[in-house]
Design a protein around this ligand. Sequence first.
Ligand SMILES: CSC[C@H]1O[C@H](OP(=O)(O)O)[C@H](O)[C@@H]1O
Length: 325
Amino acid sequence: MSALPASVGWTGDAVRIIDQRLLPGQLSVRDLATVDEVVDAIATLAVRGANVIGSAGALGFVLGVRAGLDADDTAARLIAARPTAVNLRVAVGLALDAYHAGRDPLGVALGLLTADDEQTRRIGELGRDELAGARVILTHCNTGRLATTGWGTALGVAYAIHESGRPLTVLATETRPLRQGARLTAWELAASGIDVELLVDSAAAAALGTGRVDAVIVGADRIAANGDTANKVGTRSLAVAAAREGVPFYVAATLNAIDPSTASGADIEIEERSADEVLDTPIEGVRVWNPAFDVTPAELITGIITEAGILRAPYSDSIAKAVQA
Ligand SMILES: CSC[C@H]1O[C@H](OP(=O)(O)O)[C@H](O)[C@@H]1O
């Protein structure tokens, strides 16, 4: 997997990405030279994963101001590309603040790439130690090297366990409708030599009921001040099933996925996507509800693994302390 190009980078005059829509069949690297191209790449999930879209958004902002576009309008367009992951708003906001302060936003954007690598490595190490006895973990969607500029958040824990030499099996859910688990997680884990078993989303509760899963660990797109967490649709179902079966349920996320201004999960805007992601061919008289995310209530979360430590209930307190530190 070390041969995998960076999930996002800067060429000097373009934002370089892997077009994740084409994986695993085709590893296609694209250079995005305009804000329009970056907005489209984020909106179509050519580049995806909360952490990576933040980095892509910040670099896209640099493209905009270098092209002479209005800074605030450019930032607003990039942030609007996908509404749920707060990382995008935070990262673009940092670049915008730097610009208005007369500092080069490129330095901020490139710094985010490095910080994400360091932060996700720390998350992996903390998660490895927290899950000291785990041999089988179940995860959802993709949170690894394609979704961060490091080894990942939830998958960072898998990489850290594997790097320590401990035996590990990862159960990866397919993650419909865009199949990030099948196309991305299973692919990157297998390429890294980690034992991975793919299952359809609707088999996850049954897997948890077998007793073979030691922990569930997922990523986050936005963590509210009370610990309610928005993540890929299907996460809530996993948390409910894990609670039923007494399986620990962890969220792994960098601190920039926490939004203190969002009081609870009810205040998180959930992106809804088009019907054609679910139905190849429209069916007369059939509506489609296609939310990209759902919200897991804080009381179903065993711990939130961050680079600053593992946050535990009551999350209003532990989150407040973490973001103030
Ligand atoms: C570090 S990835 C976090 C998060 O982002 C993914 O969403 P998407 O594939 O729609 O960009 C997924 O919810 C991951 O858990």
